[in-house]
Design a protein around this ligand. Structure first.
Ligand SMILES: [Mg+2]
Length: 318
């Protein structure tokens, strides 16, 4: 069997979604997702210029060999654009393999381990009361885990509370440039602690509560926030600080037992090797779409599992 054609499809609604379609000479085809939020044109160019020409006439069943060829066979390894391109190819090849076998891909990977997965929903609000009202409505819909984000009094813009259409600011046609935001860690601490205090008072101990810092804090500030939030028993605190310097999470970890999660922008094991092997985090949030597909993400998650780090891949909208 040979790959005869690879199409890169760009479509809507609302924003660019990039889909790769690998067609074989046997008539079987596979689909993969190459969407990288806010940078779609870059990954489209990478696929068309540098990846697609490498794969014509190759056997689509050689998934591991193709992954290694695309990853190791180039001068410019890693990076979000290149790894998103590999991810889409990898997913499409697994799709083809599943179709050939007549099995869902999870059966080819060893079968299922659970019958359902926990999802968390976003409750945002301009005030704490509005955030909690929105959280209550999500719980009524059956969500058992809710991320709480609220505007910070005294600051004009807060990540995650810009409204339904503005959360992913880099995607907005009418707002093409990232906003420049004012910040106050002091005001933020006050708001977040009050938010989670009221949330526990209102909802009790059972619901899973989460919060995304969106990397706004320095490591010592993140350590302090994690400690302040301990009484409210978060499922995890997301992106407490940046992790280019992976040692930063050692500092946070050493000050708190609040579970820590990070990884939605990671694209290879090398972004999180130290975080995982030192057990500085509790959840790795890398996603198949950005971290080299099913093959790439499986490597990360298997490595995490042997260090008791759980997986919580980032959401589909990205
Ligand atoms: Mg996040």
């Amino acid at each position: 069997m040979k790959i005869s054609e690879i199409k890169v499809l760009v479509t809507c609604p609302g924003r660019n979604f990039v889909t790769v379609k690998i067609v074989t000479d046997a008539g079987v085809y596979g689909l993969g997702d190459a969407t990288i939020n806010g940078r779609e044109q870059a990954v489209i160019a990478c696929l068309n210029e540098h990846v697609v020409p490498c794969l014509i006439d190759r056997d689509p069943q050689d998934i591991e060999d193709i992954w290694q060829y695309l990853y190791r066979g180039v001068y410019w390894r890693r990076g979000p654009i290149g790894m998103a391109a590999i991810a889409a190819i990898d997913m499409a090849l697994w799709d083809i393999k599943g179709k050939i076998a007549g099995l869902p891909v999870y059966q080819l990977l060893g079968g299922r381990s659970r019958k359902s997965v926990t999802l968390y929903a976003h409750a945002n609000g301009e005030t704490i009361d509005e955030t909690l009202e929105n959280a209550a409505a999500l719980m009524d819909q059956g969500f058992k885990a809710i991320r709480l984000q609220s505007a910070i009094p005294g600051l004009p813009v807060t990540y995650g509370v810009l409204g339904e259409q503005k959360d992913y600011f880099e995607l907005q046609g009418n707002r093409p440039l990232p906003p420049e935001e004012e910040w106050s860690t002091k005001k933020y601490y006050k708001l977040v602690v009050e938010l989670f205090k009221k949330a526990r008072e209102k909802f009790g101990p059972d619901v899973h509560l989460l919060h995304d810092v969106h990397s706004r804090l320095t490591p010592i500030e993140a350590a302090r926030l994690s400690k302040l939030l301990e009484p409210y028993d978060l499922m995890f605190l997301e992106d407490a600080c940046i992790a280019e310097n992976q040692d930063s999470f050692k500092l946070v970890r050493n000050h708190t037992v609040t579970p820590l999660a990070i990884g939605e922008t990671f694209n290879s094991i090398w972004d999180c090797k130290e975080l995982i092997q030192n057990q500085w985090i509790d959840y790795i949030r890398a996603a198949a779409t950005h971290a080299g597909g099913i093959t790439g993400l499986r490597r990360i998650i298997d490595f995490a599992a042997i260090h008791d780090v759980k997986s919580a891949p980032h959401g589909a909208p990205d």
